[in-house]
Design a protein around this ligand. Structure first.
Ligand SMILES: Cc1ncc(COP(=O)(O)O)c(C=O)c1O
Length: 263
């Protein structure tokens, strides 16, 4: 299906195939990663949680003193979705310091049923914590560092040993006595929309947990717009006792029910 996916982009309302879409070179969105973005899942042409994503884009932009025209962006999203048809894909929104509004359709990246993770030390910056800014180079490098250690994905851990999140998702895990846990937002993680829906639907203990507690998990999973719910197979080279264990399957079912209800 991906071969047939036609990627389209809107730049300030002008729609073209993404491959030929352009913005001016001298945009600090490019020169300095100064801007904000969102990735939204589109199911059969319908965007999931669009308002939440626009709200978060508003908060990210406000955090870096960047204004954008939300009404214009919303119109451009509608126009692009109408042009794209009933796609199974995702929508990338970008607002740049140079003032460009970009909306682009993309195929969903393929994700295996389970993923191995390696802990990578990371110190959140105070100013950009919880902000989906265009400055994601550290997140991308963390994944490469994890891959160099033989894992599929990173889990960012503060120098003091507090578990944060993977570079583009949230991590949940179950303790040996079945308590589902995830990092509290205050510890310095993104207010993930998938996380929000799971915290609503399931009993989840939020807190600041140490890496040793994650190592002792009975099962774990990653949650995000593109991954939905993906089982974790191993952490720092140690296999987890259950891969797609009961709490992971419960989360998958709860998220599927949320999608069915909201779409
Ligand atoms: C740092 C980070 N954490 C978590 C997530 C998951 O957020 P969402 O569920 O809103 O996709 C993302 C999404 O890309 C992210 O970049």
């Amino acid at each position: 299906m991906d071969d047939a996916f036609i990627e389209l982009a809107s730049v300030d309302g002008e729609i073209t195939p993404t491959g030929v879409a352009t913005i001016g070179l001298k945009d600090d969105g490019l020169y300095r990663g100064d801007g904000a973005f969102e990735v939204i899942r589109v199911y059969a042409g319908k965007p999931f949680a669009l308002v939440d994503h626009l709200d978060r884009l508003g908060r990210s932009s406000a955090s870096i003193s960047l204004e954008f025209d939300r009404a214009a962006l919303t119109r451009e999203i509608d126009m692009l979705l109408a042009e794209a048809g009933e796609i199974e894909g995702q929508l990338r929104l970008i607002v740049t310091r140079g003032g460009r509004r970009i909306v682009a359709t993309e195929p969903i990246p393929t994700h295996a049923e389970s993923v191995s993770v390696a802990s990578i030390t990371y110190q959140p910056t105070v100013i950009l914590t919880g902000v989906k800014s265009l400055s994601y180079a550290a997140n991308m490098e963390a994944t490469r560092l994890a891959r160099a250690r033989g894992a599929d994905e990173a889990v960012l851990v503060r120098p003091d040993g507090t578990v944060l999140e993977p570079p583009t998702s949230t991590i949940f895990w179950a303790t040996r006595d079945g308590v589902l846990r995830t990092t509290a937002l205050e510890a310095g993680v993104l207010d993930s929309i998938t996380r929000d829906r799971l915290v609503e639907a399931l009993e989840v203990e939020e807190g600041a947990w140490r890496i040793e507690e994650l190592h002792a998990a009975a099962e774990a999973f990653l949650a995000s717009t593109t991954r939905e719910i993906q089982a974790v197979s191993s952490i720092d080279g140690e296999e987890l006792p259950a891969v797609a264990g009961p709490r992971t399957r419960e989360a998958q079912e709860a998220f599927a029910a949320t999608l069915a209800r909201e779409l």
